[in-house]
Design a protein around this ligand. Structure first.
Ligand SMILES: Cc1cc2nc3c(=O)[nH]c(=O)nc-3n(C[C@H](O)[C@H](O)[C@H](O)COP(=O)(O)O)c2cc1C
Ligand code: SF4
Length: 692
């Protein structure tokens, strides 16, 4: 199909210093959980974005010296010449598809703990980052940087930039964002220096200017020099010379970098979940930058709509459309717009599972795109899949996220697929969950799959079709996939931190009951030891419905796991705004006579809380009865010609939507595959040059 002329503007080339991006699609720096120890995985992962049409593809953060060591978080290094080959693998891969390769050189300053290198961290004034996130918490405080340290920093940046050029990068970054070292110089909380690097904005910005200068010098005009900078805090600070300190900083450096890459200051605001921030949420902070500099500006904001993207360019907000998450959810987003297939874009849902994989220090995962991170080690391509390995037919029982993904991938392979859904509509858990506050965007998981399935004439979906084991035996498909989901349990929680003790009395509910329309009376206690979104989002929904709600959890925070997905600060704000009383470190032990008893998780001290309805958001149990009934009849399965019965998704192991989608996809990829190929290839660091 032809490209919609409305989007032509997105395909204009953009000059960035000495290099030219072929279009305005810019895959900004983002870590992918693949360190230098996984060079092939990393190169293939970034190559896929270049193949999908991104004009620029960047690395994640790359440390310039062992004094910036983020272990155990998965960071890349360019510490010496031995690191060059690992990055060259990526630049060659990206260049094969006509994209530019960018590298974000990084020093973490007082925000890293140097746990592996054991070098004392340093910061402009020896100021600590007193983080409460366990991954960033440390117990060694940084030392104060002296003039030698500043010279060293500039030397490391220059040397790393020279190596970056040698590795084949086209754009080399100075990174002054998110609490890292150059950013620390910009803010008076971190920077109380009395020398030429502290005090006035002009002095505080000096180090960034010098870093840009040494980078220009090192790349000798062969690469563009970009500045990635966080402007949120600076924007909130008044200045006597400009509307804010952010304006002053941009004016002082206006034409020093070849490219401005502007972002916000903390991961939860820069990379916010869709539950709390819409597409384009950065604009009010960074919208001014282009008015001050003549250099091109790239910015982010979970851009998935080509109209929004074109609007950003036309309205003079940005020159390049930056994307981290949208390029993960759909590495082929630019090509789809180019080919007039924007309806095929697998839009990011803003769930932030991707960022949680960075916090987990593992290769990146995505709810929408199960192939991400698997490009090299499993050979999965987001747009291509092997043809069917046999003429088999497959029955998929259940049309939730796992069943739908499985049916779609099987259908694309060419299998004859029937999907039997017991409910009147497809979507499984998404049908209820997307009606909860802030979660409507997650409906993209269903909408995209529904749209794609409608185009396959070898996949039939039967709604309102609850199948028994006997029905399945009579249908005579070659393979049966059980994707029947899971159900919430009325279980309590033991001091050993395992679910224990059923509570089946009247007034006790689970999210399934709420989904089914149960009448919930006020005051309500939502008891959450699931720790992800369901507890807090249900509490919010029940409060919005006019109930008096208390939220109780044995964890230290509401939605404790939400710290991994950048949701926790906003969850607390949302509960507070909805007037929900918060009880942390508390277990529910009894529920009778209109009250629950809470025991403190550590001291066992008891309190009582008025309660007419208790909603337990705890453990889930797989709906695997159908699977059990089928495998109990092995001879009949053989007689019916059924070669396999397999559970996927929540029916196998209840998890988040990301697990369900991945499970369904993996089944479809592996059907009829050679069992010898079913494990993944293990990546290994490239040997150092000197040992070759
Ligand atoms: C998995 C993941 C890793 C990230 N790692 C980095 C990083 O290494 N360096 C960086 O400057 N920003 C990093 N970011 C932030 C993104 O570059 C970007 O600013 C943010 O995600 C907002 O853009 P988006 O809405 O297009 O996702 C990361 C984001 C994600 C989702
Ligand atoms: S994991 Fe979620 S937020 Fe991240 S890219 Fe995928 S859909 Fe978007």
């Amino acid at each position: 199909m032809a490209r919609n002329p409305r989007y032509d503007i997105l395909f204009e080339p953009v000059r960035i210093g000495p290099v030219t991006a072929r279009n305005r699609f810019y895959a900004v720096p983002h870590a992918a959980g693949m360190t230098n120890a996984m060079p092939h995985m990393r190169a293939k992962f970034r190559e896929t974005k270049a193949e999908g049409g991104w004009g620029v593809v960047c690395t994640g953060y790359v440390s310039i010296d062992p004094s910036s060591d983020d272990a155990p978080l998965p960071f890349a290094t360019l510490w010496d010449d031995d690191d060059i080959r690992s990055h060259a693998l990526m630049t060659e891969a990206v260049h094969r598809h006509g994209a530019l390769a960018g590298i974000e050189l990084w020093h973490g300053g007082g925000s890293v703990m140097n746990r592996a290198s054991r070098i004392a961290p340093m910061s402009p004034s020896g100021t600590s980052w007193m983080a409460t996130h366990v991954n960033f918490m440390g117990n060694q405080r940084p030392r104060l940087m002296n003039a030698d340290d500043i010279r060293s920093l500039l030397k490391w940046q220059g040397e790393a930039a020279r190596r970056a050029r040698q590795a084949g990068f086209d754009i080399v970054y100075v990174y002054a964002g998110m609490g890292y070292l150059p950013y620390e110089f910009l803010l008076p909380e971190w920077n109380q220096r009395t020398d030429a690097y502290g005090g006035s904005v002009g002095n505080r910005v000096r180090i960034v200017r010098e870093l840009l200068e040494v980078t220009h010098e090192a790349v000798g005009g062969k690469c563009a020099v970009a500045l990635r900078i966080s402007l949120e805090e600076l924007r909130s600070r008044p200045s006597d010379r400009a509307p804010s300190e952010a304006h002053e900083v941009v004016a002082l450096l206006a034409d020093v970098p070849d490219l401005w890459d502007v972002k916000l200051d903390s991961s939860p605001t820069d990379c916010p979940p869709s539950r709390f921030a819409p597409e384009g949420s950065h604009e009010p902070i960074i919208g001014f930058v282009k008015k001050i500099t003549a250099r091109p500006v790239v910015g982010v904001g979970r851009f998935t709509s080509p109209d929004t993207m074109a609007g950003q360019i036309r309205r003079g907000v940005l020159d390049l459309i930056g994307a981290a998450r949208p390029s993960i959810a759909d590495p082929f987003l630019p090509n789809k717009i180019d080919q007039g297939c924007e309806q095929d874009i697998r839009e990011c849902i803003g769930c932030n599972i991707c960022i949680s994989s960075w916090h987990d220090s593992v290769p990146v995962r995505c709810t929408q795109n199960p192939t991400i991170g698997e490009e090299w080690r499993r050979g999965w391509h987001p747009e291509r899949i092997a043809p069917a390995g046999s003429a088999s037919s497959v029955l998929v029982v259940g049309a939730g996220p796992a069943g739908l993904e499985c049916a779609l991938a099987l259908g694309r392979r060419g299998y004859q697929v029937s999907v039997a859904e017991a409910g009147e509509d497809i979507g499984g858990r998404l049908r209820f969950e997307t009606r909860l506050p802030g979660l409507s965007g997650w409906g993209r998981v269903l909408d995209w799959r529904r749209g794609q399935l409608e185009r396959l004439n070898n996949v039939d979906v039967y709604r309102g079709n609850r199948l028994s084991a006997q029905d399945i035996l009579e249908l005579g498909n070659t393979h049966v996939v059980i994707a029947t989901g899971s159900r919430w349990q009325r279980l309590l929680y033991s001091p050993l931190e395992v679910p224990a003790g059923h509570l089946e009395s009247a007034g006790v509910f689970t999210p399934d009951d709420v989904a089914a329309g149960a009448r919930i009376e006020s005051p309500v206690v939502v008891y959450d030891f699931d720790n992800y979104y369901m507890g807090s989002v249900l509490a919010e929904a029940l409060a919005r419905a006019g109930n008096r709600v208390s939220y109780v959890t044995p964890a230290g925070h509401a939605s404790a796991w939400g710290i991994m997905s950048n949701e926790q600060p906003q969850v607390h704000r949302a509960l507070f705004a909805a007037g929900i009383a918060l009880h942390t470190l508390s277990r529910v032990t009894t529920f009778e006579r209109g009250a629950v008893t809470l025991a403190n998780q550590f001291t066992s001290a008891e309190t009582r809380l008025e309660c007419a309805a208790l909603v337990i958001v705890g453990a889930r149990l797989a709906n695997d009865a159908l699977h059990a009934a089928l495998i109990a009849r092995p001879e009949e399965l053989v007689r019916a010609g059924i070669k396999s019965v397999t559970r996927i998704g929540d029916a196998l192991a209840p998890g988040a939507i990301v697990h369900a989608v991945y499970s369904g996809h993996r089944y479809a990829r592996e059907l009829d595959a050679d069992p010898a190929t079913l494990t993944y290839r293990r990546d290994a660091p490239l040997p150092a040059m000197r040992s070759m």
